[in-house]
Write a protein that binds this ligand. Structure first.
Ligand code: NAG
Ligand code: NAG
Ligand code: NAG
Ligand code: NAG
Ligand code: NAG
Length: 511
């Protein structure tokens, strides 16, 4: 009798333990926002600032958080990491940010609205020690601007063109080219000869030839969205401007859209934004060919999302990663949208993110550091991405199993049932769009089918080398198959294989 009680008590303790582990994973859910910044540093997408005008009043956020993009995730179940307690930057929105600095891994934040007084024009965040600082910058300190985009070149120079002058009440939009050397911390100015007309909320991105392309936007004084039948190129090497006239399916004049460079460096993709009349989802995605400056509507697959404005977009791996913005309902659509842009013949809206995988070395060159007594290399816990399954609970399950054998059979069954449910839920999130319609998703084979080799910089491959090593063990991890993950593993294998081929051909092209 007392033995039975003891077992019951220990079981109860273990259940408490499990519950506690699950409770520790209560996800951080940020509020919807627009006019934030999204900065990618070391596989972390940092989100800072922004405001939400959806409910009538500007509900400005001081929170600061990031999304880990080193492992795969599903946009229906994002796990944000909250850094708000270390944030020193006052409430702000419509600021500009880049990754730069002497070690090329600091977040530089410039300007923004000044509804509340900000004590500095520039803030720097160092992800290494997670600290913020206010830098001392030499040269002529410029005025505060907002509603602009920051671009950094390959020499660590940040370009802050145009935007809205926050200080002089007689001036609204401007078109000056402000330059910040993020390595030596010096202000400068760029050429105004041939500069585009004044504007805010324009689109821009750095091209492979060191030009920055600028387009569209809003002209405050005229109260109108600017045309996209002309685009402007700022040559960062020679400090001069030129203009190109575009043709084809020219998008209507718009502002507050996002702009990224395609993976092959030959096209610019724009998404969302605002036009005089609201944009339709079919009118929200365009692509500009950089060879002949012809616009086209790219072929797309998957559920087209709501049109967003004043969001941000970063290219991460093979995806255009869109974050937050105004115009969607946070209860039905994820804060993150993923457009797989690896196949230029068909872009794919998807919920699944897989990190960029490099080529796998043909022969395993480096043996595992801690070889276990048994020959069979068992992957360490930390090498299993948490998105695949919860390693902690697996371990707890294993301990329970060995300790309580038969008594645990029913309990273990319950746990397996739970994780099966979880996988089923994942499946639902993947195949049902937000309006409850069934959509046909391609298999992951199709996701990564590419018709022409993509030129991915060798540096990117090297940088991501570790992920392949982290992911390979999963494919051989038999334990995971117990949790109904066969399909996922199959997918991962396909991706690893495909990426292996892809990267190999890239390297051949480069040599
Ligand atoms: C969401 O992700 C977390 C970890 O990232 C995981 O523990 C949880 O089971 C996932 N939930 C669903 C419904 O997939
Ligand atoms: C900083 O890193 C980026 C890649 O994230 C690279 O393109 C750029 O050239 C680097 N800048 C410097 C100054 O090394
Ligand atoms: C904020 O804007 C007001 C005008 O709206 C200006 O007087 C003030 O100097 C600005 N503050 C900063 C810190 O730029
Ligand atoms: C920009 O400067 C370079 C070097 O001086 C020159 O070759 C090029 O023609 C200039 N472009 C324009 C549009 O002036
Ligand atoms: C370890 O691996 C080697 C080579 O694969 C094999 O010959 C040997 O029998 C293995 N030892 C054990 C204990 O499995």
């Amino acid at each position: 009798m007392s033995q039975k009680n003891l077992i019951c008590f220990i079981l109860w303790l273990l259940i408490q333990l499990l519950v506690e582990i699950n409770c520790q994973m209560v996800p951080y859910k940020p509020k919807q926002r627009e006019g934030h910044t999204a900065t990618l540093i070391d596989n972390k997408l940092y989100i800072l600032g922004g405001a939400y005008t959806g409910n009538g009043n500007a509900d400005v956020e001081k929170d600061f958080f990031y999304l880990d993009v080193s492992a795969s995730f599903n946009t229906q179940n994002l796990s944000w990491n909250d850094l708000s307690n270390i944030n020193v930057v006052p409430l702000h929105y419509d600021a500009a940010s880049v990754k730069g600095g002497a070690s090329n891994n600091s977040l530089f934040l410039f300007g923004g609205s000044n509804d509340t007084v900000m004590d500095s024009l520039v803030y720097i965040f160092n992800p290494q020690d997670e600290s913020w600082k206010i830098p001392e910058i030499t040269g002529n300190t410029p005025v505060r601007k907002s509603e602009l985009t920051g671009i950094i070149d390959h020499k660590g120079i940040m370009y802050l063109w145009g935007g809205y002058d926050e200080v002089d009440v007689n001036i609204n939009d401007v078109n000056d080219m402000l330059i910040l050397d993020t390595i030596n911390l010096v202000w400068g100015k760029g050429s105004l000869f041939g500069v585009p007309s004044i504007r805010e909320y324009y689109g821009c991105t750095l091209l492979s030839d060191n030009n920055i392309i600028y387009m569209g936007g809003y002209q405050f004084d005229q109260g109108q969205e600017l045309t996209l039948n002309q685009v402007y190129l700022y040559d960062t090497i020679n400090d001069n401007w030129s203009t190109e006239t575009t043709s084809g399916e020219v998008p209507s004049g718009r502002d507050s859209f996002s702009t990224v460079l395609g993976l092959d460096g030959q096209r610019v993709i724009i998404f969302g934004g605002y036009a005089t009349k609201d944009l339709t989802p079919e009118d929200s995605l365009y692509e500009l060919n950089l060879i002949n400056f012809e616009w086209r509507i790219p072929k797309i697959f998957g559920q087209i999302p709501e049109v967003r404005m004043n969001h941000k977009a970063n290219v991460i791996g093979k995806y255009m990663v869109i974050s937050f913005g105004f115009g969607y309902d946070q209860s039905t659509e994820s804060d993150i949208l993923l457009l797989d842009i690896s196949n230029v013949d068909e872009y794919i809206w998807t919920n699944e993110f897989f990190p960029l995988l490099p080529s796998i070395p043909p022969t395993s060159s480096s043996p595992p550091l801690n070889t276990s007594p048994s020959n069979k290399s068992s992957p360490s816990i930390s090498s299993i991405p948490s998105s695949a399954t919860s390693p902690t609970t697996t371990v707890v399950g294993a301990i329970i199993g060995t300790l309580f054998g038969a008594a645990l059979l029913s309990f273990g069954g319950f746990y397996l049932y739970k994780s099966k449910r979880r996988d089923d839920n994942n499946q639902v999130g993947r195949n049902i769009d937000t309006h409850g319609q069934e959509i046909i998703q391609p298999t992951s084979n199709e996701y990564i089918t590419i018709n022409e080799p993509i030129r991915i910089p060798a540096s990117a491959i090297n940088k991501n080398y570790n992920h392949a090593q982290e992911l390979i063990p999963i494919a051989n991890n038999e334990r995971l198959t117990l949790h109904g993950l066969q399909q996922e593993i199959q997918d991962l294998k396909q991706i690893i294989l495909q990426n292996g081929k892809q990267s190999t051909s890239v390297m051949e092209n480069n040599n």
